[in-house]
Design a protein around this ligand. Structure first.
Ligand SMILES: C[S@@+](CC[C@H](N)C(=O)[O-])C[C@H]1O[C@@H](n2cnc3c(N)ncnc32)[C@H](O)[C@@H]1O
Length: 415
């Protein structure tokens, strides 16, 4: 039998690996994400007990009274406020990726696990990768989180992490924006099709799409437009978001009416699809709004978009009062109709439907159906939608009859 090699485990900072250049065939890493988890502080809870029990066996690992904090790659905001913590995290992550690339053999593989629900987190990863010689050649979303986990309950937590498979290779110096866009438009929809078939949805879908797009633009050290300006990672994510948004609409609305919908309706649908009923950080909501042409700051606190400190929440019908809904926006009319349906005010409901003109419009019912399909079974909004939609055929025929009636009466008036 062949003798087994005993692996050796050692402790060092990822930013200063004690190995020579071109040493490893592969590196696998699962880096921290900003201030998501205060690892070193959590470790202190166990560290003090381990130090007492096995500290004498591993004196070099237990030299300090508590776990070392100064080289931890994390965005703590207590030393110099949030901005400084963020900058520290980003600089250290960059340093760690450069170090990985240094110790990898040419053409060696690095697998980096990453997930972050805010787009800013992705910009950092992209910028850090672009700065090293690690070129992403494949990306895979893998379910890694428990659904019942505490953070998943109220926030729009992600269910999957993206595994970036990168090669150490020289990247091309410049990619031209128009060519990169063309390549994205060609490659991304195919990948989106695959992700859709695998049942990846909501924010995970967006994040996986961002991962796949890095396979395209990560080949270049920088992207330039023809006016000679360098295109930021943030701008690239914006472009990806537009391609993804377009794809998602075509999938959830499923026929040609996607183009008839107002920007606000598109925003509502996309928000529900991406984040369900959770509140999200203002900046992420703003980016989502931007991709469908909604100016979030103009719209919040006027209708169904509500600002709560630095968060945005998209209200459902059950969060609103009938009398406060006044506009003729499809979503507002739908909310009003659902509230009237819920309280049994059927005649008023029909009146709203016919006055607004939505009662006989296919788009109205399709949007209602799409929202219902997006939401989970236990959602109060879904229950209202399903109840209302179950009487749809009857309602439409009543409304058609009424419309005919009005027409005949009008005709008689002019005879
Ligand atoms: C996302 S977690 C990895 C979790 C791991 N995959 C697991 O399943 O337990 C990130 C880890 O990076 C560690 N870390 C933070 N700064 C580091 C540094 N400078 N060098 C090496 N590791 C670091 C954290 O302590 C934390 O354990």
């Amino acid at each position: 039998m062949k003798a087994m090699k005993i692996p050796s485990v050692l402790q060092a900072s990822a930013t200063e690996l004690p190995f020579p250049d071109d040493y490893f065939d592969a590196v696998f890493t699962d880096p921290p994400y900003y201030d998501n988890v205060p690892y070193s502080y959590l470790s202190d809870f166990f560290y003090v007990w381990l130090k007492r029990t096995i500290g004498d066996l591993y004196p070099e690992l237990f030299a300090t009274p508590l776990t070392p904090k100064s080289k931890e790659i994390v965005a703590y905001s207590h030393q110099g406020g949030y901005e400084e913590g963020k900058k520290f995290f980003e600089d250290m992550l960059k340093k760690a990726f450069k170090e990985i690339s240094r110790v990898l053999k040419p053409n060696g593989i690095a697998v980096i696990v990453y997930t972050h629900k805010s787009t800013a987190g992705w910009e950092t990863l992209i910028n850090s990768l672009l700065d090293s010689d690690l070129v992403p050649t494949a990306t895979w979303p893998i379910d890694t989180e428990m659904e019942a986990r505490l953070r998943a309950k109220e926030s729009a937590a992600l269910a999957s992490s993206i595994y970036f498979v990168c090669r150490k290779m020289k990247r091309e110096e410049v990619g031209w924006l128009s060519e990169v866009k063309e390549e994205l438009n060609k490659r991304l929809p195919r990948k989106l099709e695959e992700l859709w078939k695998e049942g990846i949805s909501g924010s995970d879908f967006f994040i996986s799409a961002i991962g796949s797009s890095i396979e395209v633009f990560g080949k270049y050290r920088k992207i330039m437009d023809y006016e000679g300006n360098e295109v930021s990672a943030g701008k690239m994510i914006e472009i990806v978001r537009e391609i993804v948004t377009d794809y998602v609409f075509r999938q959830i609305i499923q026929n040609g009416i996607a183009g008839e919908l107002s920007s606000l309706t598109r925003f509502y649908l996309l928000y529900r699809w991406s984040f369900g009923e959770a509140k999200i950080h203002f900046d992420d909501a703003r980016k989502l709004a931007q991709s469908v042409g909604v100016d979030l700051e103009r719209e919040w606190d006027r209708g169904f978009i509500k600002k709560e400190k630095e968060f945005i929440r998209v209200l459902g019908p059950q969060d609103r009062k009938i009398d406060e809904i006044r506009s003729n926006e499809l979503i507002d009319v739908l909310h009003k109709v659902l509230l009237l349906w819920k309280t049994g005010r059927k005649d008023e409901m029909k009146e709203v439907l016919s006055e607004s003109g939505y009662g006989l419009k296919e788009a109205f019912y399709r949007v209602a159906q799409a929202i219902s399909e997006i939401l989970p079974l236990e959602s109060a909004e879904k229950k209202l939608l399903d109840g209302f939609l179950s009487g749809k055929e009857r309602l439409i025929s009543d409304m058609k009859e009424k419309a005919e009636d009005v027409k005949t009466r009008q005709k008689k008036l002019f005879e």
